[in-house]
Write a protein that binds this ligand. Sequence first.
Ligand code: PRT
Ligand code: ZN
Length: 306
Amino acid sequence: MINKVIKLNKNRVRLAIQKSGRLSYDSQKLLKSCGIKINLQKSSLIAFAENMPIDVMLVRDDDIPGLIMDGVVELGIIGSNVLEEKCLTRLLTEEPVSYAILQNLDFGICRLSLSVPLDMRYSGILSLKDSRIATSYPNLLKRYFDKKNISFKPFVLNGSVEVAYNSGLADAICDLVSTGATLDANGLKEVETIYNSCACLISRKIKHLIPEKRIFIKKLLNRIQGVIKARESKYIMLHIEKDKLGLVTDLLHGAEQPTVLELFGNKNKVALHMVSSETVFWETMEQLKLLGASSILVLPIEKMME
Ligand code: PRT
Ligand code: ZN
């Protein structure tokens, strides 16, 4: 029986996602939006999809690049910051570095930035020459300073990097920033962005995958792209006088070819339906109203396939 289960799993695609942390909720939500029925439980490390040939492994985010590069799983969802740092580490230790980025995702967006005390006079990166800089990303930091040919002293911390200055451990820090609130709370200011990051779907190199898995991964990727497109898009409906149609479509950037339908009992007015790949702000709706548009509806799109 055990042999049978293992044999079965070998033909299923394995996907590693973060077990608990900033990427876990969005990763799970993405899988659900793609129609994958999975019962993820906090206590288990692996979950089997009921309706698709995919198993999901729940791990620490730092382990995901290695699981891909060592051929343990075929797919992973990981912040590109962790991926890039891991690649640089593996290059130094001469371990294999082989993966493909299939898709950048629309979550986990942050930047790796250098920050200094609020009262420091900062006049460019040379101000940090020979400074002690605390970070969890020593390789990305070194790459940045090496490119500029400037020396610095790394101080590696695996968490709470922002307290390093106030506790006297470092002169500056290099850490992830999203809203900037943590820096504010610790009396620091952001001075240089050294890396822009987002979550991404990565895979083993396609040549290492059997054809059945390639086909399934392609199908999953199409669904993921559909989910992202749908999240970014809006369905817009409005009524407008025929001769104002051009002005309306000029306003709605990112809109695809609209559908125009004549209104019953009014030959001068039309109903316009269109998908817009951009957010429609209240200001745009107010401008549409000024053009004479009425019955303006902006609706979310659940699924999309092109
Ligand atoms: O336990 P495990 O090892 O799996 O998780 P972890 O603790 O190493 O990572 P986790 O869950 O904190 O972050 C996972 C990933 O989320 C990161 O590798 C990034 O790709 C992404 N991400 C996006 C962030 C942030 N935004 C972020 N703001 N990761 C961390 N932060 C931290 C940052 O380090 C700082 O402490 O949030 C603070 C700053 O936030 P703001 O909003 O105050 O600027
Ligand atoms: Zn981690």
